[in-house]
Design a protein around this ligand. Structure first.
Ligand code: NAP
Length: 349
């Protein structure tokens, strides 16, 4: 950029120094406070104006553990953040540069572009039922981040006015697993209902761009598909973490790598509320089946061990050869397939 200085009229933050006829006019000025933006620094001005004009006003509803965690990153990406929650989180909001509204009517009167729902799974329906949609702009984008997907999608379709856009998402990480970076972590989304106008498409893309720029692995899939996969992976992970927590795993002086992984699993799942875990079970129709499969798998392993133990006792009681090698494999329980039916049983039917 070419800057023209007029020695006769120096800008207010430039101070004139003693003139000398041998010195070039440009050297007559010395800049003080070089870290402050200069009035002629148009690039900085334009950049901040562009950032302001492309920033979204995002209202986070449910400003608990996860809502606050997400908000920090949304603010870092230049978005204007408003928050509302059942409890008073105003101190936490102002600490990260968000504005807290105790009353949802006041929040909606700010006319946010996006309402991001981060309430507990169990409370979502009551939150939506009492939400003052009529105070929002005629088309507002609703986004949810619940860990189950079919349930909020159906609630959105039921309660939201038809003109509203709907983006269902699941950032598959939390304050613990994503505390250092979101790079490579999965972000699932389903554009359930986005209007055709360019501005509505762009608004949705701006939300997705935050996660893209953070390096998330963006996975577009339907809410149904998400719930099938999540029951077999996320729900099972949380269940094992809670079982091990109840079992009471503790660090020992001879921890193996595998045991360290179990300790990490317990630490990761213990930081999530029981309400969240219960929501994963109650509002994912595939979760019960997975819990039953886990139960059957555990029984099957026990049967396998007790079967072999039984052979040892029989040998001690009645004598004879004890073969714990391949020939004793009939004590091995069958592997379970998707619906919990043993593989052999299914293939013979
Ligand atoms: P959570 O226990 O699932 O939800 C806590 C939030 O729900 C708080 O904002 C709380 O409000 C609100 N809430 C609870 N009961 C309520 C009620 N009766 N009425 C109104 N609001 C109520 O814990 P979370 O970890 O913060 O999760 C929030 C959402 O993010 C959940 O839907 C969860 O599935 C999803 N999510 C969580 C994670 C994670 O790792 N934690 C990851 C991905 C997605 P107050 O705090 O104001 O009381």
């Amino acid at each position: 950029m070419l800057l023209q200085f007029s020695p006769a009229k120096p800008p207010s933050n430039l101070r004139r120094i003693s003139p000398s006829s041998a010195v070039s006019p440009l050297r007559l000025f010395r800049i003080f406070a070089i870290d402050a933006a200069q009035p002629f620094d148009y690039e900085t001005q334009l950049k901040s104006e562009h950032q302001k004009s492309s920033a979204l006003k995002i209202a986070v509803v449910g400003f608990g553990n996860f809502g606050q965690f997400l908000s920090k990153t949304l603010i870092r990406h230049g978005h204007d953040l408003l928050a509302h929650s059942r409890s008073d989180h105003s101190a936490a909001a102002s600490a990260i540069g968000a504005r807290f509204f105790a009353n949802p009517h006041d929040l909606c009167e700010q006319h946010p572009d996006v309402v991001l729902l981060s309430s507990s799974i169990l409370s979502t329906e009551s939150v939506l039922r009492s939400f003052p949609f009529q105070r929002l702009r005629r088309n507002t984008l609703f986004v949810d981040v619940l860990s189950v997907k079919e349930f909020p999608r159906n609630l959105f379709l039921k309660y939201l006015p038809e003109e509203f856009d709907i983006l269902c998402t699941h950032p598959m990480f939390g304050p613990e697993s994503g505390k250092n970076s979101w790079s490579g972590l999965p972000f699932v989304f389903d554009k359930v209902r986005i209007g055709e106008e360019a501005s509505r498409i762009e608004r949705c893309e701006k939300v997705l761009r935050v996660f893209e720029k953070e390096g998330c692995r963006m996975v577009e899939m339907s809410c149904e598909e998400h719930d099938k996969h999540a029951a077999g992976s996320q729900f099972v992970t949380h269940t094992m973490g809670r079982v091990l927590e109840k079992f009471g795993v503790e660090s020992s002086p001879i921890n193996t790598k595998g045991y360290e992984t179990l300790l990490d699993l317990v630490e990761n799942t213990a930081s999530d509320s029981f309400e969240l875990y219960y929501g994963l079970f109650m509002y994912n129709q595939n979760a019960l089946e997975q819990l039953e499969r886990l139960d059957m798998a555990f029984e099957s392993i026990k049967k396998e061990l007790f079967g072999r133990l039984h052979q040892v006792y029989r040998k001690q009681l009645f004598g004879g050869d004890l073969d714990l090698g391949e020939s004793s494999n009939d004590t091995t329980g069958p592997k379970l397939v998707g619906n919990g039916v043993p593989v052999e049983e299914r293939s013979s039917s």
